[in-house]
Design a protein around this ligand. Structure first.
Ligand code: FAD
Length: 310
């Protein structure tokens, strides 16, 4: 059994494992795919002190850093069920998809999230070649260019406002007949001169040429007509889905399915901590996940020294 068992091997999990192991306590990390979303990322320019790196390179560095310590790395292991300790300070159980189960006195849950995809032709093909999901990450790559934002909820409208200050022109496409974002955001968006808003617009295809996005096609849901918009970038903003389906019913989740955490990374179960994109922490970023992972591990250590095995 472990003293700290980390579930998830993205930036949050790697950071939690390192901080736990540095306390000299028995630490394990189980992940479906070590590296997480970083494995799918091309250029990274906002990891402080590293002006430029690429996803696979950062994943290799994270793994090497974890391996500096005495941590059991269990890659390609999917957690399917959490059985909380019967008494505070006792052992929690994690059941894995392969039928095995792991026990630990404290857990750090860091199973991350995934961007909801549109599922239209061209999206997969031009991912990272004009199709983007993170305006904080990739916005500056489109300086002065024309981009679309798909989705008129809060994240889409925030993204459009953010991008309008960087890119040349923004077209926002909303599927419904009106945007769902807060009125104050919609008002701000409407005040911007280089933004066009299209409602009742169903994006049907992302088009490209020479390996790069050159536009998108949408269907006007009122007239049924198809239109093509020429542009260089498409930001898909139709939701970030936390990988927490397996925890439903066992731990407190927000209405969006995020693990509820406080400022110490504590969840609704004593001895169970959480960090990163899977949680309610605002702003989903690598540097934030790393900070949250280290915080959750320090909280776990603090918990362990205050609780004996019952
Ligand atoms: P994740 O990276 O999502 O890792 C989750 C981990 O949990 C993975 O190992 C996964 O396999 C594992 N897992 C999931 N479910 C289970 C389960 N049931 N059992 C076991 N393991 C499980 N951020 C930046 O700061 N800068 C950028 O430039 C940037 N660019 C991005 C580009 C793209 C294309 C994407 C998708 C994201 C980008 N982000 C960027 C966001 C950043 O990648 C995330 O904020 C960060 O990876 C979150 O870290 P995390 O550890 O919380 O989760």
């Amino acid at each position: 059994p472990y003293e700290v068992l980390v579930i998830g091997g993205g930036p949050a999990g790697a950071s939690a494992a390192i901080y736990a192991a540095r306390k000299g306590i028995r630490t394990g990390i189980a992940a479906e795919r070590f590296g997480g979303q970083v494995s799918d990322t091309m250029g990274i320019e906002n990891l402080i002190s590293v002006p430029y790196t690429e996803g696979p390179k950062l994943v290799a560095a994270m793994e090497q850093h974890v391996k500096e310590y005495d941590v059991d790395i269990m890659n390609m292991q999917r957690a399917e069920k959490l059985i909380p300790a019967a008494r505070t300070g006792g052992y929690h159980e994690i059941q894995l998809a392969n039928g095995a189960s792991l026990k630990a006195r404290s857990l750090v849950l860091s199973t991350g999230a995934r961007w909801r995809q549109l599922g239209v032709p061209g999206e997969e093909e031009y991912r990272n070649k004009g199709v983007a999901y993170c305006p904080h990450c990739d916005g500056p790559l489109f300086k002065g260019k024309r981009v679309a934002v798909i989705g008129g909820g809060n994240s889409g409208v925030e993204a459009a406002i953010d991008l309008a200050g960087i890119v040349g022109h923004v077209t926002l496409l909303e599927f419904a007949d009106e945007m769902r974002a807060d009125e104050v955001l919609q008002k701000k968006l409407r005040s911007l001169k280089n933004v066009e808003i299209l409602t009742s617009a169903q994006t049907t295809e992302i088009t490209g040429e020479g390996g790069k996005v050159n536009g998108l096609t949408y269907r006007d849901r009122n007239s049924g007509d198809n239109h093509h918009v020429a542009l260089e970038g498409v930001f898909v903003q139709i939701g970030l889905v936390p990988n927490t389906e397996w925890l439903k019913g066992d731990i407190e989740l927000s209405q969006h399915g995020e693990i509820m955490v406080n400022e110490r990374g504590e969840t609704s179960i004593p001895g169970v901590f959480a960090a990163g994109d899977a949680t309610t922490v605002p702003y989903k970023q690598i540097v934030i996940s790393m900070g949250e992972g280290s915080k959750a591990a320090l909280s776990a250590f603090d918990f362990l020294i205050r609780h004996e095995v019952p």
